[in-house]
Design a protein around this ligand. Sequence first.
Ligand code: XMP
Length: 515
Amino acid sequence: MREEFLGGILVVDLGGQYTHLISRRFRELGAYASVIPYKSLEKSILSRFDALVLSGSPLSVSELDEAELSKFSELVFGSGKPVLGICFGHQLLARLLGGSVERRMEFGRTGVRILKRDPIFNGWGDFEFVWMSHNECITSLSGLGEVLALSENGCVAAFKVLHEGNVIYGVQFHPEVKHTVKGSRLLENFLSIAGVARNWSLSDYVDRIIKEMINEVDTSAKALVAVSGGIDSTVSALIAKKVFKDRLVAVFVNHGLLREGEVEEVLSNLRSLGIEPLYVNAEERFLKLLEGVSDCEERRKLIGEEFVKIFKEIIERDPEIKYFVQGTTYPDVIESGVVSGSSKIKTHHNVGGMPPWFKMRILEPLRYLYKDEVREVGRLLGLPEALLRRHPFPGPGLAVRVIGAFTREKLEIVRKASKIVEDTLREYGLYDSVWQAFAVVGDDMWVGVKGDERDQGYILTIRVVESSDGMTADWVRIPHEVLDVMSRRITSSLSRVTAVTYAITSKPPSTIEPC
Ligand code: XMP
């Protein structure tokens, strides 16, 4: 399916950290929203959408040269669509209109006063608190625009312009973040003003994607889907099953880096959903490859390549397989595009495509969905609640939780300790309220005394984080009593561990996984 045929809102990504949040908020309000990196934007794409949103950006509007400004001007004023500029988008619009920009920062909760009642502020009082995050401020507009609100620091917080029958709004604050208490209401008002239909429904989307796949693929051919037991691959497999029926080959590869008891759990979950996977025990193959490798990125690469080799072997044995189904989700699709200023922090091996020699047609039924939407689709397709509540688990598994040289000993320690961490959280009713919980081990040692023996053992780190999308995260304030139980259970069942620590750093500056 071509995304622009879904219509709705087009969010132009100018590099702001909340761009995806804008799109998600619109979808929560029932309007379909797409994100497109600014560099990939063409005029022909614009015509398919009902309205345009310009995101925030780390760039400064005062540094934009005439050529860049004229490109933006053509985009905004030539689009013939209603426009909402947010933060940098707001400043950009103001600059295009000839407004004055000054260096003045506003961060966090800020009061704004509404000067002029306008439908964009329906449901807002005359004074409200919003969330700001900017270094530059619009101090005045040219005669073309009308100031609707001012911040308590004198910055233009909102304005409106009518351009050839189209309404253009700018807001300096972030209506998409929850800290802007009435932010959702403002986005809802924008949808009404712009006449954007609120008919985005996940069940319609799933029906539509299944019908389109049936029309587009050769259903007499077979499709291979790699299942890991996680939500994305399970939901992809369930959708593909409706298209290919018994011509779907689901493959579950055990790379030896799974959690304790996971193989049995995944097999039984898939069977309960009517999927009988081909189980490939490739433990030895992967572990031999990883032994001694210290660099996590190198491990990710080796694991990714080995997976593809295994799929290739299966496909070579069965020439009827012509399709490869992947559980790629929307942020992966956007992040693999070219967004100026974005930097690659870790290579998530399911992102970035397949090597050129892998000659399968790739099907990605989830490519336009966010994680929470995939979960919702899973619910619609009858996934058991326990599977829906399962913590995310990285494709390269426990390999990214061993720091330093990879050894089987460290892998076993991480596997057993992670089980203790997860089980203890379940026992105390905390498992469902956290995003991920696991153990990490590196090369650092601590002298221990066990009985009369003095010996060096590993230092093990427990990491428990809360997050809504994995992009940012905070460490969970676990009660000391629970940490104490975890620590004692770990040291008494794992003789090679002599010290347990707790990771108390949020993301950023840390990442969730240690490497
Ligand atoms: P980081 O460590 O980047 O993790 O803060 C963010 C989220 O991504 C998961 N993660 C991965 N998932 N392959 C995956 O499929 C990977 O290589 C990978 N590395 C990290 C991580 O568990 C967290 O949910």
